[in-house]
Write a protein that binds this ligand. Structure first.
Ligand code: PTJ
Length: 265
C-alpha cells in the first residue's frame, strides 16, 4: 500500500500515521480484520482521555515495569495490533526485563503467526515463543485454539504483560494465578478490571515509557521495586483513570471550540 502522506503540521498527523501503520499491518497479515475495529475503539477512548499519558498512567507504567523486573519468569504476550504498532519497543522491553516474547493470538491463522514472527525477528528479537513448531501447554477453561500457550513462556510465567487483550483470556490467566499487566485505553473493559495493573494509555505512548523505566530501574534494589508494586492499587487506578476522562470531558463541555483544532479532523 502507498502510505498517505500527512503533512507534519497536520493536527491529526500522529493519529493518521498510526492508522496507516495498522492498515499496513492488516495487509501484511500481522493485524486481524477485527484488529482494525479494536484500533478504532482505542482511538475513541484515546480522545476521551485527551490523547496524553496521564500522571496516573505513568504511575501504572512504573509499577508494571517494577513487577516485570522482580518477576521470576516474566513474559510479554504479543498480538497483531501490538506487533504492528510497537515492534521495536517490544523487543527492547523484552531484552531489558528478560521477558521473552510469545505470540498469542485471538484470531489465529498460521499466516498471521508467520507474519508476526517475521516482524519481531526483523525488529531484532532473538527468539519468539508460542509458534506452531514449539511445544504447547494449555490454559484450562478456555476454548480449544485460544487455550494454547508456550510451556517456556506463559505456561510457566508468574507475570504476564498482555497488551490489548480480550476479557476471557485475562480472566483465565487470573484463574491460573498469573500476575497480569495490561495496556488498555478502555478503563471499563473486563481486561482492565481483572488485571493486576492496568495501564490506561495508548500502547504507542506506553511502550517507550516502559522501556525508559526498565532502563532506569534495572539496578534498583528488589525490595524497593517490590514496594512500588505492593503500593499500587488497581481499583483506585481505574477509578482515577475514569475520573480523568470525566474531567477532560467537563473541560470540553465548558469550552468545546478551544481545542477543536487538535481533537477533530
Ligand atoms: O491479533 P489478535 O488475533 O490476538 O487480536 C487482537 C485484538 C486486539 C483484535 C483482540 O485482542 C480483540 O478483539 O481485542 P478487544 O476485545 O477488541 O480489546 C482490545 C482493547 O484494546 C479495547 O479495549 C481497545 O479500547 C483497546 N485498544 C485498542 N487500541 C489500543 C488499545 N489500547 C491501547 N492502545 C491502543 N493503541
Amino acid at each position: 500500500m502507498t502510505r498517505t502522506v500527512v503533512p507534519d503540521d497536520h493536527p491529526r498527523k500522529a493519529s493518521l500515521d498510526m492508522r496507516d501503520t495498522v492498515i499496513e499491518g492488516h495487509q501484511s497479515n500481522v493485524v486481524a480484520t477485527a484488529g482494525l475495529l479494536a484500533h478504532g475503539r482505542g482511538e475513541a477512548f484515546d480522545y476521551l482521555i485527551g490523547e496524553r499519558t496521564t500522571a496516573q498512567a505513568d504511575a501504572a507504567i512504573r509499577a508494571a515495569v517494577a513487577a516485570m523486573l522482580t518477576a521470576n519468569h516474566p513474559v510479554i504476550s504479543v498480538n497483531g495490533n501490538a506487533c504492528a504498532l510497537v515492534p521495536n519497543d517490544l523487543v527492547s522491553l523484552s531484552e531489558l526485563t528478560g521477558a521473552p516474547l510469545e505470540i498469542n493470538l485471538f484470531y489465529y491463522r498460521p499466516e498471521r503467526e508467520e507474519a508476526i514472527k517475521s516482524a519481531l525477528l526483523a525488529a531484532g528479537a532473538k527468539e519468539v515463543l508460542g509458534t506452531h513448531d514449539r511445544p504447547s501447554a494449555t490454559i484450562p477453561e478456555l476454548s480449544s485454539t485460544r487455550r494454547k500457550v508456550d510451556p517456556d513462556g506463559i505456561g510457566t510465567a508468574d507475570v504476564v504483560l498482555v497488551p490489548l487483550e480480550d476479557g476471557d483470556r485475562t480472566e483465565a490467566l487470573k484463574r491460573v494465578n498469573k500476575f497480569v499487566l495490561t495496556i488498555d485505553l478502555n478503563p471499563m473493559s473486563r481486561t482492565a478490571i481483572y488485571s493486576d495493573i492496568t495501564i490506561v494509555d495508548n500502547i504507542v505512548r506506553a511502550l517507550p515509557l516502559m522501556v525508559g523505566y526498565a532502563r532506569e530501574m534495572k539496578d534498583t534494589p528488589v525490595s524497593d521495586l517490590k514496594q512500588i508494586v505492593s503500593e499500587f492499587g488497581n481499583e483506585e487506578n481505574l477509578r482515577e483513570s475514569i475520573r480523568l476522562i470525566m474531567e477532560h470531558l467537563e473541560s470540553k463541555a465548558r469550552s468545546p471550540k478551544a481545542t477543536a483544532s487538535t481533537s477533530g479532523r
